[in-house]
Design a protein around this ligand. Sequence first.
Ligand code: FE
Ligand code: CA
Length: 523
Amino acid sequence: MTPARRQSLAVLCSLAAGWAAQRVWAAAVPAGRVAPARFPSEPFRLGVASGAPSADGVLLWTRLAPQPLQPGGGMPELSVPVRWQLAEDEGFARIVREGVALARPERAHSLHVPVQGLRSARTYHYRFIAGDAVSPVGRTRTAPADDEDVPRLRFALASCQHYEQGHYAAHREMAGRTLDFVLFVGDYIYDSSNPDYLIRPHESPQRPRRLDEFRARHACYKLDPDLQACHAAHPWIVTWDDHELRNDYAAAYAVGDVSAGEVLAVQAAAYQAYFEHLPLQPIQWDGAGRLRLHATLNWGRLAQLWTLDARQHRSPQACNEAGTAGGQMLWRCRELADPQRSLLGPAQERWLQQGLAGSRRRWKLVGQASQVSPWGIDTPAGRVVYSDGWDGYAPARQRLLQGVADAGVRDVVLLGGDVHRHVAASLRQRAGDPRSPVLASELVATSISSRGLPGAVMAAIRRSNPDILHARSDERGYMLCEVDTQSLHCDARATAFPVPAGARLHSQARFVVEAGQPGPRPA
Ligand code: FE
Ligand code: CA
């Protein structure tokens, strides 16, 4: 029996103590003090995760929650010391870093442990120990050194995992792959339900509004064993989209059922719960209402990756009632052409533009929530666009592309999600004009589980947008990408909707982008 297994057995034995023991435990130590940890039931039910890989470090995550769906996660109002260990081997014979971190009730007993001083481009194993309980073992990987000539980068691109609409076969497959990281670009949870597509219910039919409700929603997702396996297998690099709070929200404008007076409070709760459940650096959250999600990472000399935040800093969608957010199908809306409007906010736009222009890495990969290439539909009454996506912020998109053109930046690949379809597209200086130069390539991963648009709509989108090489919304899955100095290959992994528990994925299509020749081609 491994030490970990023996420890787990000890945890199981302590289950017998049950709730009575917890009451004794909680009563023995006054609130605010550090508790000795003996758990009435398994505290690591939400698994482990790692993220934010760099050349010399990684972030380790877990959360103590013996009753994950209960307020407080079934933990007492006490801080609990948790030992963490990082080793070169799975058996923890060669531990290279360890320490103790405090799981505090005001952070839902989540832990975000930055580990530094590691070797670059190495695989490590990690676990947590709280009292007599030992977590599952996670595997993670550091980035290559900045100046390293890395031959290859392998990653998975994923988004949109509506728990109610299907199972996580895609995560199970990703967990079994050899990857450097998973890039997850939003809709990690969904605030909303649709009774027409109900495979398994959320923990509650209510939309979360308060902190404990958002925590329970995240816990509901995190209890999925395939999602846990994918977190335990690879470091994740994450950004968010809208459903982590409300469909089609924008900055702090009123949206849907959230009034102008409530939005800051609901947003603070959503952002805190998001931070508490994802492997983010502690410095990314300001402890109140804001999270810094936009970030960049070098992958040796081979690639630079930017992740963008397209929600927190954007202008409200065009032609809405003043002061409100929300998406709609739009045509003949003059505000769409207003150059003052921004999807990323001026500061993030500048940061990205300067970063792209100054990058010395071969591949410039931009991970962001949605589809950048146009996908509006031509009708006899004019072109109709959905106002929440980049089509609703066309001048901002043009600024981004013009910046790429002006600086002569090559090998820019946009990586997106949100639209629940696999997409491969070219971004031209003048969209839809075959004589206009292609400036960048785009690959969008379909949803892990969330329903896509009807086939007739997809046909109209393809017809209206000749720069789209591929767009299919009928299947769920993720993109599996491999990058080397010559080319970027992506395999659109897919399975039918809705995804049953035991589903297998297949290759829906394969794409290649050759270095120096923007625009994806079939591979
Ligand atoms: Fe989605
Ligand atoms: Ca979305």
